[in-house]
Ligand binder design. Structure first.
Ligand code: GLN
Length: 305
């Protein structure tokens, strides 16, 4: 793959060697070694790595800098730093990510949830609040790590949720997250492409499809970290629309009357998504919502009663 060239680490990557096993010293060394490798936010990342390797909270790290690492913790930290220096994303290295105020497990089987996807949650919850559905049925198409499905199941305790993914590996991660957050009993996981294996209709449909342009993923501007994420979760084809087209084409039979779909978009695909949604769902009211940065982030499709 051409793209592989951009993720290659430097020929002789720097490494972490700790002479002193005190937390405060380890933190400073990790910060130095990853900062000098050009990784931004080295201070923040160093804290996350030391916290994960030593199993301590941020408070403990800052208030007890003389606590020493055990040998196992030191080895774990050195391995984690080596992985991060190879540009594996921080979230995979520490095995977790925060989303909508909760901690989720992630690894290279799933896309790392991005903070902008929290907008979908906010909008879906606001809609559920306005409509006051007694027992909303929620569908998350292409659930990945399951953050959207699990967050909505948690925030809407009367809901039942269906979560699909074309990747069995991703579904395994999503199920684990549902168990960790104690909502597995209300989420049905379906292995299928988009909503092909799903029957019935849903008051709330949510989807964060792959939309990155193929050329961008193969281009020189890509962050090396992106190369570690599952390509099928990112690649939206030549025009970014490869997944939106079948997705939008199948929605009319899936959204319940009076229900809505919240679909993540990216500014380069906004116009095409709007046009496609209007032509495929002529009955629906279609609009675009922007995120805190003012970027077009969510396609909202509402079906009349
Ligand atoms: N927002 C992600 C990114 O910019 C892409 C996620 C997606 O394709 N749904 O890398």
């Amino acid at each position: 793959m051409e793209h592989a060239a951009t993720v290659k680490p430097p020929a002789v990557p720097p490494a972490l060697r700790l002479e002193d096993q005190r937390l405060g010293y380890a933190l400073a060394q990790v910060r130095k070694v990853i900062g000098s490798a050009g990784i931004p936010d080295a201070g923040f990342e160093a804290r996350q790595l030391v916290m994960a390797a030593a199993g301590v909270t941020r408070e403990a790290l800052l208030t007890d800098p003389d606590r020493t690492l055990t040998n196992d913790e030191r080895l774990a930290l050195e391995t984690m730093v080596r992985r991060r220096l190879s540009r594996e994303p921080l979230q995979y290295v520490i095995g977790q990510v925060e989303f909508y105020g909760r901690s989720f497990k992630v690894d290279s089987r799933v896309l790392i949830p991005r903070p902008e996807t929290e907008l979908l949650i906010e909008q879906a919850l606001a809609f559920a609040g306005e409509q006051n559905f007694p027992a909303p049925r929620v569908l998350d198409i292409g659930t990945g790590s399951g953050v959207i499905a699990v967050t909505l199941a948690t925030e809407l305790p009367a809901s039942t949720v269906v979560a699909t993914d074309i990747s069995l590996e991703a579904l395994a991660v999503a199920k684990e997250n549902a168990q960790l957050l104690a909502v597995a009993g209300r989420i049905e996981f379906v292995h299928c492409s988009l909503a092909a294996g799903v029957s019935g209709t849903f008051e709330i449909v949510v989807c964060n499809p792959p939309y990155v342009l193929t050329d961008f993923l193969s281009g020189p501007d890509i962050q090396p970290e992106l190369g570690f994420e599952p390509r099928t979760a990112l690649d939206g084809g030549r025009d970014g629309m490869a997944v939106y087209r079948p997705l939008l084409g199948g929605l009319d039979s899936i959204i319940a009357p009076g229900g809505a779909a919240f679909i993540e978009i990216d500014p380069p695909v906004t116009e095409q998504c709007l046009a496609e949604a209007k032509s495929r769902l002529p009955e629906a009211s279609v609009s675009v919502l922007t995120d805190l940065a003012g970027l077009e982030r969510c396609l909202l499709i509402e079906l009349p009663h």
